[in-house]
Design a protein around this ligand. Sequence first.
Ligand code: COA
Length: 436
Amino acid sequence: MKNIKFITPQEAVKVVKSNDRVHMHSVAVTPHPLIKALCERGRNKEFRNVRIQHIHTEGEVDYANPEFEGIFQLESFFVAHNVRKQTQAGYADYIPVFLQETQRLIREGYLKVNVAMIQVSVPDKFGYVSLGTSVDATLAAVEKADTVIAIVNPNVPRAFGDAMIHINEIDLFCEDDSELVTAEPGPISDTDRKIGGYVAELVEDGATLQMGIGAIPNAVLTMLGNHKDLGVHSEMFADGILPLVDKGVVNGKNKKIDKGKMVATFLMGSKKLYDFVDDNPGVLMNDVRYSNRVNVIAKNPKVTAINSALQIDITGQVCADSIGTKFYSGVGGQIDFLRGASLSRGGKPIIAMPSVTNKGISKIAPILTPGAGVVSTRANIHWLVTEYGAVNLYGRTLQDRAKLIISIAHPEHQEELDKAAFERFGPHFHFIWDEQ
Ligand code: COA
């Protein structure tokens, strides 16, 4: 094993030079000490035009702030809350890409990575460290970067799957023992509970689940306590899954691949979640090229993919990345999983969202707001769920879809949506036979 020599983050980030691209490890293992040291060099104007790349980081970061114009340029694969304002104002930028293919941009050289900044677990006796809670596109960056800088942190869980790398792949080492960024599960509102109930009814025994972070997936999970033999093959999971693992509801018995194991590419949750994956051979933290690959996802039976949306039009076009022209998040893994679920035997792609925003705006609209991007097309959509019910749009005509979608809109908005559908489709709209 090579003898590790630790240096300070300030010393380590000296490798970065003008015009480099720096890949940052993401989510809970965001390497904050390196980011702070890099920003300090940026403030001192020691370089220019340094591109910063990541899926998304968590916690406060400065590199996207206006003070760094001409010094840093953020090219994120997903717009998270910590850079949202700056991205909307144009100081930071976003690369639209399927999450599955983020690693490909790096591996196939579309985006040259000069320096990768990561955070890893302490080395084991064979010299292996773990990328912990985020493998995503970071493994690709480790493989391709000219220089890899790692913070060794005892709080990074020793996760398996593709997460294990050898210290020989790392060039510079720093030490830190700060806690990882955590997200405690929030309260579940009545609306989320109703949506969760409709979604839970769609989940069959033996299903393989994919779900994102947030109140709706959490609400769904609280209602699956009497289900049997569920599995997890997801982009991520959070604390909501833990009680189901404890009860034996999630056991992966029915999975065709990675039987008995839970698959994800990143995690975000409480310390309890990070402890759960530490040294746990039942969890595979995999490269995003595996976790999010459509034909891999489709191999498991009854893949039930639960994703959300910002807006949907009455024909079933889903916007999940922007509010009009303002970027809010990103394409992420939505299409990877909707498609994978659609191709899985007995699979169910689901979009679940409240019918109105917290400001009372209908999320179901006659047409998408100008500038809104279609993340999932009409052809990708099967189940749509709001607090007013669940409808299946798969194989339905445009006019049928409009009726079904409007039937689960907020009652206060149904009349105006109905009128818009009538104007769009003509008088015939009102004479179609009801539900088959
Ligand atoms: N019009 C105007 N504003 C809207 C809106 C609409 N149609 N829909 C939502 N908003 C506003 C909300 O009011 C809220 O505003 P606030 O931040 O001021 O409170 C904000 O947008 C977020 O809405 P919310 O419904 O709370 O979003 P969410 O946190 O549940 O996230 C997505 C929903 C779609 C953004 C999220 O699921 C996502 O990023 N999806 C794309 C990626 C993906 O699906 N990946 C796979 C799973 S990990």
